[in-house]
Write a protein that binds this ligand. Structure first.
Ligand SMILES: Nc1ncnc2c1ncn2[C@@H]1O[C@H](COP(=O)(O)OP(=O)(O)OP(=O)(O)O)[C@@H](O)[C@H]1O
Ligand SMILES: [Mg+2]
Length: 203
């Protein structure tokens, strides 16, 4: 496909949304045609699934959780990602399939293989060209999330977030060709500079 598919990954509060906004502004000024999407969500149906997933009053089994994420993703791929890439756009996604490997496969212990089988069907095998992983400690992430009210996933324990980070480290070792690790402990503008340096090489 003509376009480029960039995804952002990392633990809750690492700075994904902040950095995507800055990257979008940067690429927009350079004249690129950009589409920013978030997961779960990004489509009308997907946003409804998002509400179910993030509602802190919902008790959701790990398998249900994984399938709901995959449903939202299937909709996003067919409705938004493929058409945009065919038009030559740069698609930037706030989380994608790697989040399922790490959160549901690893941290919730459903197993990477189960997540892989479901997600290969859901995404029709589409993978990002490049995945920016913003690395920060769970302690720093908690500080940054600060006083805002925690959603269902953010209410998880520090050990859970530690396990998610561990999951990312393992996943990145398996796919070094696609991942770029960015030190997210730096100030916002420095993180942005690092990301631009990387993205420039790919476009
Ligand atoms: N490098 C940074 N240094 C200090 N604070 C930061 C940095 N990056 C982001 N923040 C702040 O941390 C908070 C969380 O950032 P942001 O919402 O971008 O993270 P996120 O990865 O999108 O989180 P979530 O996974 O919950 O959506 C925000 O208040 C943001 O302003
Ligand atoms: Mg965010």
């Amino acid at each position: 496909m003509k376009g480029k598919f960039i995804t952002f990954e990392g633990i809750d509060g690492c700075g994904k949304t902040t950095q995507i906004k800055l990257l979008k502004e940067y690429l927009f000024k350079k004249g690129y045609n950009i589409l920013v999407l978030r997961e779960p969500g990004g489509t009308k149906v997907g946003e409804k699934i998002r509400d179910i997933l993030l509602d802190k009053d919902n008790f959701i089994f790990p398998m249900t959780e994984m399938l709901l994420y995959a449903s939202s993703r299937a909709q996003l791929v067919s409705e938004k990602i493929i058409p945009a890439l065919q038009k030559g756009k740069i698609v930037i996604a706030d989380r994608f399939v790697d989040s399922s490997y790490v959160y549901q496969g690893y941290a919730r212990e459903l197993g990477i293989e189960t997540v892989k089988v479901v997600n290969e069907i859901a995404t029709i095998g589409i993978l990002p060209d490049i995945t920016i992983y913003i690395d920060i400690t769970p302690e720093e992430a908690m500080k940054r999330r600060g006083k805002r009210e925690a959603d269902r996933l953010e209410k998880e324990s520090m050990e859970f977030h530690e396990k998610v980070r561990e999951g990312y480290v393992k996943l990145i070792k398996q796919h070094p060709e696609r991942f770029v690790i960015i030190d997210g402990m730096q100030e916002i503008s420095k993180v942005h500079q690092c990301i631009i340096t990387v993205i420039k090489k790919y476009l």
